[in-house]
Design a protein around this ligand. Structure first.
Ligand code: SAM
Length: 281
């Protein structure tokens, strides 16, 4: 069953948090000259139209990227992210398109870096393939993203970032992300792994946290931004990124911008951020 389409959610508050963390990790990896491997296990299509398509129906981007679009007080890290989105929007006159994780990454990659993007959806994969056909160091593959950690790690570069961003429409995804990280870590313990998660029911999110605690893996940072308090009603109240082996600067960078993001993305004042180590070094 593959009914989830990311186009309904592109540019929402969860994408903003995820893509800022993604950009910062890549920037930090690029402080070294040596190339790295980027694996995007659940790539989506990479580029989304915000008007005239699914995104306009839900208008989730209005409570995400749109809230940052015209601000002139963006902290430098947030400005660099908004600039990535402006590159797709004719320099930033009007917000029409949003970049998914593969495009944020591809725009940043240097010639010595390379990416593998996997997507399983029969309608989304051809769009993904088409969006990246001109990128020399990006490969797209219609395949199960979870399997790619087994199949492609460790990378020949011995440096890498794996983004694991499943839709969680199946409850198994909460366990599969933990298994995928364990598989990857066994093969490539120095890699950076970033797992996105939604908070719909807190118990489900806790499955991931407990699974990772039990894995024995060290150096796991959890970053979360809530737009409302936890609830047992329908809908996502928060989202987060769990980063294994984060670059050392990430904690400080996120601590400095999370208060701003929370205030600007959640003007109602119901927002809350947190950053903590699930397991320290
Ligand atoms: N990472 C994207 C971004 O930030 O722009 C969004 C990805 S979206 C949350 C999840 C995607 O995973 C969907 O496009 C869905 O079709 C795809 N998908 C679902 N199960 C998959 C699997 N087992 N392997 C690869 N892709 C899968």
């Amino acid at each position: 069953m593959l009914s989830y389409r990311h186009s309904f959610h592109a540019g929402n508050h969860a994408d903003v948090l995820k893509h800022i963390v993604l950009m910062l990790i890549i920037e930090n990896l690029q402080l070294k000259e040596k190339g790295f491997y980027y694996l995007d296990t659940h790539a989506g299509v990479g580029r989304y139209r915000l008007f005239g398509d699914e995104a306009e129906k839900t208008a989730e981007f209005e409570e995400g990227i749109a809230r940052l679009w015209e601000r002139n007080d963006l902290p430098p890290e947030v400005k660099r992210y908004v600039d990535q989105i402006k590159r797709l929007n004719y320099g930033g006159k009007a917000l029409r398109y949003y970049a998914g994780s593969p495009l944020i990454a591809a725009q940043l990659l240097r010639p010595q870096d390379r990416a593998l993007l996997t997507e399983l959806h029969p309608s989304d994969f051809p769009l993904l393939r088409n969006n990246f056909k001109e990128y020399a160091n990006v490969v797209t593959k219609r395949d199960d993203g979870f399997q790619q950690l087994k199949a492609t790690l460790p990378p020949k570069e011995r440096r890498g970032l794996v983004l694991i961003d499943p839709p969680y429409e199946l409850k198994e995804d909460y366990d599969l992300v933990v298994q995928a990280v364990e598989e990857g870590y066994k093969r490539f313990a120095t890699g950076v792994y970033a797992v996105w998660y939604p908070v719909v029911l807190r118990q489900q999110t806790k499955r991931i946290v407990r699974g990772l605690e039990r894995s024995g893996i060290r150096k796991i940072l959890q970053i979360e931004l809530a737009v409302r308090p936890d609830s047992d009603q329908r809908g996502m109240t928060a989202s987060g990124m769990i980063v294994i082996n984060p670059p050392w600067q990430l904690e400080t960078q996120m601590k400095s911008i999370l208060p701003y993001l929370t205030e600007v993305l959640v003007p109602a004042g119901t927002g809350k951020w947190s950053l903590n180590w699930i397991t320290p070094e």
